[in-house]
Design a protein around this ligand. Structure first.
Ligand code: URA
Length: 198
């Protein structure tokens, strides 16, 4: 069994908080084992709880559209959440739930070793930058160690607040260039950059 498959098995058996009793399915996360881009959402919602897969409801459809805008399919990236089980009535995750679930996301990131971690919304932002406000730091990449952190608004927030959708779309379009820089690709002029990357 691969290390990732073993991790999924452990997550599926997790009983470390009360959400284990209300969930239908655990939502461990999914995607390419060698993904450069690792997206972290907040928590599974109703659709995710039914299917055991992250971002498969309306927010997921929007995320897929955003990925398509940079030429990517969801199978080519990794998609996970701060917590792996749905909170009842989609309430916000509790600090204690985030804390007991932290180990799973840490281990996923260790196994995938992405170049860029994209935080979607304030809960995943708070995991890395607890004192930052998303309205100030979205769309700004920051390197810590070997990894680039890139905060974005949550796709569900953009669905509910129309004015955020242009912002989240523009922030997504910056990712190819950040990735190219992370890979040490030489700067190319903006015309050929558009041809190559979009
Ligand atoms: N919202 C999230 O944060 N995660 C999901 O998996 C679905 C919706």
């Amino acid at each position: 069994m691969s290390a990732l498959a073993e991790l999924y098995r452990e997550i599926e058996n997790c009983q470390d908080c009360a959400l284990a009793r209300s969930r239908i399915k655990v939502v461990p996360g999914e995607g390419a084992e060698d993904a450069d881009l690792f997206f972290i959402g907040e928590a599974p919602g109703w659709h995710e709880d039914q299917q055991g897969r992250p971002f498969v409801g309306p927010a997921g459809q929007f995320l897929e559209k955003l990925l398509a805008s940079i030429g990517l399919r969801r199978e080519q990236v990794y998609i996970s959440n701060v917590i792996k089980c749905r909170p009842p009535q989609n309430r916000d995750p509790l600090p204690a739930e985030i804390e007991v679930c932290r180990k799973w996301l840490d281990r996923q990131i260790e196994l995938i070793r992405p170049r860029i971690i994209v935080t979607l919304g304030r809960y995943s932002l708070a995991r890395y930058f607890p004192h930052e406000s998303i309205s100030k730091v979205h769309g700004k990449a920051r390197k810590m160690g070997d990894v680039i952190y890139y905060p974005m608004y949550h796709p569900a927030a953009a669905l509910h607040q129309g004015n955020l959708s242009n912002i989240i779309e523009a922030d997504m379009l910056k990712i190819p260039e950040i990735l190219a820089q992370a890979e040490g690709v030489r700067e190319v002029d903006s015309e050929s950059r558009q041809l190559n990357l979009f």
